[in-house]
Design a protein around this ligand. Structure first.
Ligand code: FAD
Ligand code: MLT
Ligand code: ZN
Length: 508
């Protein structure tokens, strides 16, 4: 077991840390003439602008200028909502010529400020491009506009007994183009892998307006460099994703879940090994919730899945989902697992519950998926989605709490809660630090780069799934070498030499 002091090493203290606010002297603001030009491309209803020729009320622009957490505030005076790839291409061509910065925006559920303008860039919202182009129920290949909402796509393919290969709490608002641009992970990654594997093709408008049509539906295609991979997780810095071809798996015949209370964190790792061994191929999710996050969920009306007596002094919880082909077979495996866990000489769990109906199945998932919204109700969250070795999850959370205590910043006057939950099966911890009365520079200064340092020390990643955006630009070097960053810059230069595409994001 690693101790907290292991995280505080002088070597990382000396690393460069600066939060630079980028200035875009190379870019022009949008003016009346630009709006007149956009009016020749788009219908009047597709242009929102506070400039006098359109005079959209500021309240109508406001939602495009603030992120889901209320942490990032943009200054865009104009938002364009194209309906076709051709329109996107014409807009981008014009912006390149006029050197106007463009921020692609999907469902605006991103958690790192990637979809919010930094200066006066124009927001290009994909929300009006929301048609399914084709679905092949035999191969499971779905081709859709980038602005389709993830949940709508799930509903579209459900009657064909297929599911989307990704699922996340933001499914009702996030768009498939946003998912791809952030390389979203979510709750099904353990089973179906990342979008780098399930995305078969993309249609992208490049920063000079060229349409790159790589909307392949082929499972196998080894014809040279796989350019689409650059846009998966590209966070809108290399081009605008307008169309997506994605492989959707057949819906599992049987899904079940269990919720387990563990006496201590040290049991999570052996439990993961036991569960993997006993459930084998039917295990489809293994999610972690610490006690602070569980109690917070209960306070905000999630659960309770177990009685207070059953939970006792359990330190943490695990949700296991199975997806298989035969309900009786899967239930037998789950029952055997629970029985062996509860009757072991030194049980790894205090207690557990197995869902007995679709309603119970959903309420077990609701507890895990609802945490993000609860965090939001608690105050203003500093959210860190890190990859660290599973054995270090709790140490990282404890180290951050200790740090805030030692600085006199822990309590209702400053940071009221530090908690962890996440995708244990993927090595991804969601560290959430709640500022009860709002974001304050001294709180951020106490948290960053401290958290990035302890992640780097564990050879982890400062972003497991939410991306870099504007939040972690200056922390990129904690997870990427100077050479990697240099080559990332070269790639950006090749695609976007004018630096108009989501400027100030991802790259330091
Ligand atoms: P936006 O927030 O609009 O944009 C995100 C980034 O992608 C920005 O940089 C933007 O410029 C760029 N972008 C968007 N669309 C395009 C496009 N068409 N072309 C080029 N660039 C584009 N994330 C996870 O990975 N896993 C989770 O489990 C998860 N759960 C969440 C739960 C909640 C309740 C919330 C609020 C967020 C969650 N997120 C999660 C984060 C977020 O939902 C994902 O990052 C999601 O993929 C963002 O999609 P979006 O359409 O909202 O994109
Ligand atoms: C999750 O796994 O719940 C999401 O990534 C969102 C979050 O970090 O809260
Ligand atoms: Zn997540």
């Amino acid at each position: 077991m690693l101790r907290l002091h292991n995280f505080i090493r002088p070597a990382f203290r000396s690393r460069r840390w600066a939060h630079n606010i980028p200035t875009f002297s190379h870019l022009n603001s949008v003016n009346e003439e630009d709006i007149a030009h956009f009016s020749s491309i788009l219908a009047p209803t597709s242009i929102l602008s506070t400039l006098s020729s359109v005079s959209t009320p500021a309240d109508d622009i406001a939602p495009y200028n603030v992120d889901w957490m209320g942490k990032y505030h943009g200054q865009a005076n104009s938002v364009l909502r194209p309906r076709t790839t051709q329109q996107v291409s014409e807009i981008v061509k014009y912006c390149a010529q006029r050197k106007i910065g463009i921020v692609p925006q999907g469902g605006n559920t991103g958690l790192v400020g990637g979809g919010i303008s930094l200066q006066k860039e124009i927001v290009l919202s994909l929300g009006a491009m929301n048609n399914v182009r084709s679905f092949d129920p035999v191969s499971g290949v779905l081709v859709a506009d980038a602005g389709c909402i993830l949940q709508s796509l799930s509903e579209y393919i459900a009657p064909h007994n297929h599911i989307m290969p990704l699922d996340l709490g933001a499914k009702g608002s996030c768009q498939i183009g946003g998912n791809i641009s952030t390389n979203a992970g979510g709750l099904r990654l353990l089973r179906y892998g990342s979008l780098h594997g399930t995305v078969l093709g993309l249609e992208v408008v490049l920063p000079d307006g060229t349409i790159l049509d790589q909307l392949s539906t082929l499972r196998k295609d080894n014809t040279g460099y796989d350019l689409k991979q650059l846009f998966i997780g590209g966070e809108g810095t290399l081009g605008i994703v307008t169309g997506v071809s994605i492989l959707t798996p057949p819906a599992p015949q049987a899904t079940n879940n269990i919720f387990l209370a563990l006496p201590r964190f040290d049991n999570v790792l052996p439990l993961f090994q036991t569960v993997k061994r006993q459930l084998g191929e039917i295990m489809s999710a293994f999610e972690y919730i610490d006690r602070t996050a569980y109690d917070m969920g209960l306070q905000h009306g999630l659960g309770p899945l177990l009685s207070a007596d059953e939970v006792g002094d359990s330190q943490c919880f695990v949700l296991v989902e199975t997806s298989g082909g035969n309900q009786d077979h899967d239930l037998e495996k789950l029952n055997n697992l629970l029985e062996s866990l509860l009757t072991a000489d030194e049980p790894l769990i205090n207690t557990g519950v197995l869902s007995q109906s679709p309603t119970q199945f959903n309420s077990i998932w609701a507890l895990r998926e609802g945490l993000t919204e609860c965090v939001q109700k608690e105050g203003k969250p500093y959210k860190y989605d890190v990859s660290v070795p599973l054995a270090d999850f709790q140490n990282v959370v404890d180290a951050v709490r200790e740090r805030m205590i030692s600085k006199g910043l822990y309590g209702d006057h400053a940071i009221s809660k530090v908690m962890g939950y996440g995708h244990v099966g993927d090595g991804n911890l969601h560290l959430n630090v709640i500022a009860k009365h709002g974001y304050r520079p001294e709180l951020e200064a106490a948290l960053e780069p401290f958290i990035y340092e302890i992640v780097a020390e564990r050879k982890g990643s400062v972003s497991a799934e939410h991306g870099i955006g504007s939040m972690k630009r200056d922390a990129l070097h904690y997870s990427k070498s100077e050479i990697s960053i240099e080559w990332m810059r070269k790639v950006k230069q090749v695609f976007d030499p004018l630096n108009i595409m989501n400027p100030g994001k991802v790259l330091p």
